[in-house]
Design a protein around this ligand. Structure first.
Ligand SMILES: Cc1cc2nc3c(=O)[nH]c(=O)nc-3n(C[C@H](O)[C@H](O)[C@H](O)COP(=O)(O)OP(=O)(O)OC[C@H]3O[C@@H](n4cnc5c(N)ncnc54)[C@H](O)[C@@H]3O)c2cc1C
Length: 450
């Protein structure tokens, strides 16, 4: 399921679902969930363990935010629907609106894919800025209260243990208190403790799939010429275990990122950064480093050992009044930049599921719907991971054939602008992968080069 197959947000669809919803985690998933819940609940409290800054700043609870984040089309459209004028707000805070078709240069399979002939707007900014603008808009909603420096340490249930009735919280004074709610949404990310909590309450916890790719990112920030909005991205792809890119962000800066998989560790210090950049398949990253001052000597290193998926949709039983969203369900090798768009699609599905079902059996209904979103992101991410023979973990059926087909399609897309656009719209989670298997497309991919 992608943007094309989920009906758009409709503010008229929901009202009077409940009194109080609590969202745990004020990162992208939590903030977007809070936005849609505010239509149906009198009050929505977002509980975040970090102190939430008034400006775009990284937080200890979301260290991955130091790495470049590309907002794909699915996320861009949904966020703009939920917060009309989001793009303008981003620009007024220093961010950019780029044209993915002409500014974004995607290198794979030995060449750049051709520029699509239609413009595709893209919102560009550092991840702290993207989050800051969402948080600002959420904080302006009357029904929402952001409660920071507060950690959720457990959940309360009714006597039978079948319904979650509240959250146990610990604030700066370390005194535990509780907060009752009609719905609790776990948006605590990859390290979510819900599976453990379910076990302690006698529930089955979801099966977990872990696909090990041993990825690490290293990022620095350099100056950017104001009119130069170009982005470059050349992900690791066999036989190359390293890749990198450069993405424009706010305030005339660019993030330069290097990455490696399966032990090809990117540098953690500035001295080795340049050498690694010079060994990439593309020259532009090195050129950018050569011609622009680094804004700090710090290199932000972030290891990402595995893509991880929890199969909540396979559970027969899940407590009422409880839900899990975003990275807490699945986190993907970020080379295709899908996580924020998946979070946005989750919020949209939550909106529709609440409208159709109210709170009754919300969890299982929701997991059933989002399975198809996670499937698409998972298939793309781990499909790319399994192109490396060193990758371990459960391999989805058809991965080899799919990898072979997409490699061939990408090579054809070096010169075929239409194929390139179709491919990009799938990566951006706007169109479903099946659009790459229509007879006319398959023919162009498989026909021998003349
Ligand atoms: C290196 C890297 C690069 C990425 N690049 C991209 C990209 O280019 N494009 C893209 O779309 N996505 C990208 N992603 C994925 C993206 O960051 C996530 O999918 C996105 O942030 C959504 O995550 P989330 O909100 O579900 O969880 P998180 O961002 O992990 O947030 C969880 C929040 O919960 C809080 N929390 C945790 N426990 C508690 C508790 N007990 N009580 C209260 N609060 C708590 C944390 O402090 C945190 O704020 C990347 C990820 C990584 C690791």
């Amino acid at each position: 399921m992608t943007l094309e197959s989920v009906p758009a947000y409709d503010s008229e669809r929901i009202s009077g679902v409940g009194n109080h919803a609590v969202v745990v985690g004020a990162s992208i998933s939590g903030l977007l969930a809070a936005r849609v819940l505010a239509d149906g609940f009198d009050k929505v409290t977002v509980v975040e363990r970090d102190e939430l800054p008034d400006e775009p700043k990284t937080r200890d609870g979301a260290p991955h935010a130091r790495q470049p984040h590309l907002l794909q089309e699915a996320g861009r459209v949904i966020i703009e629907d939920l917060f009309p004028g989001y793009g303008d707000d981003l620009v007024s805070e220093g961010g950019l609106i780029i044209d993915i078709a002409s500014d974004f240069n995607f290198y794979d399979e030995g060449g750049y894919v051709a520029s699509p002939s239609t413009q595709i707007p893209g919102y560009a900014g550092s991840r702290p800025l993207l989050e800051h603008v969402i948080r600002k808009r959420v904080s302006e909603i009357d029904e929402v209260q952001l409660r920071d420096s507060t950690r959720v340490v457990g959940y309360r249930t009714d006597e039978r243990g079948t319904t979650v009735t509240g959250a146990e919280i610990s604030g700066t004074d370390d005194n535990n208190t509780s907060m009752s709610a009609d719905l609790i949404v776990d948006a605590t990310g990859r390290t979510s403790r819900t599976p453990k909590w379910l076990e302690t309450r006698g529930y089955e916890s979801p099966e977990v799939a872990e696909v090990n790719v041993d990825l690490a990112y290293s990022t620095t920030t350099v100056e950017r010429d104001p009119d130069d909005q170009r982005a470059f991205w050349a992900p690791a792809s066999p036989p190359y275990t390293r890749g990198g890119g450069a993405l424009p962000i706010e305030n005339e800066r660019r993030q330069v990122v290097l990455h490696g998989v399966h032990g090809d560790d990117p540098p953690r210090n500035v001295d080795e950064f340049h050498d690694f950049a010079s060994s990439l398949q593309i020259t532009e990253v090195e050129e950018i480093l050569d011609s622009h001052d680094m804004l700090s000597e710090d290199i932000d290193y972030y290891p990402f050992p595995s893509s991880r998926r929890r199969y909540y949709e396979e559970l027969d039983c899940f407590p009422s009044g409880f839900l899990v969203v975003g990275d807490a369900i699945a986190s993907y090798n970020p080379i295709y930049g899908q996580g924020m768009s998946v979070a946005a699609l989750h919020a949209l599905v939550l909106h529709h599921t609440l409208a159709e079902n109210g709170l009754g059996n919300l969890g299982l209904e929701f997991f059933d719907e989002v399975e198809q979103i996670v499937d698409v992101a998972w298939m793309m991410a781990v499909g790319a991971d399994f192109q490396f023979p060193e990758t371990t973990g459960p391999k989805p059926r058809g991965t080899g054939l799919m990898g072979w087909y997409l490699s061939r399609l990408t090579r054809k897309a070096h010169t075929d602008r239409d194929l390139s656009e179709r491919f990009i719209r799938v990566i951006m989670m706007e169109k479903p992968p099946k659009t790459l298997f229509r007879p006319g497309v398959v023919w162009r991919v498989l026909k021998p080069a003349i």
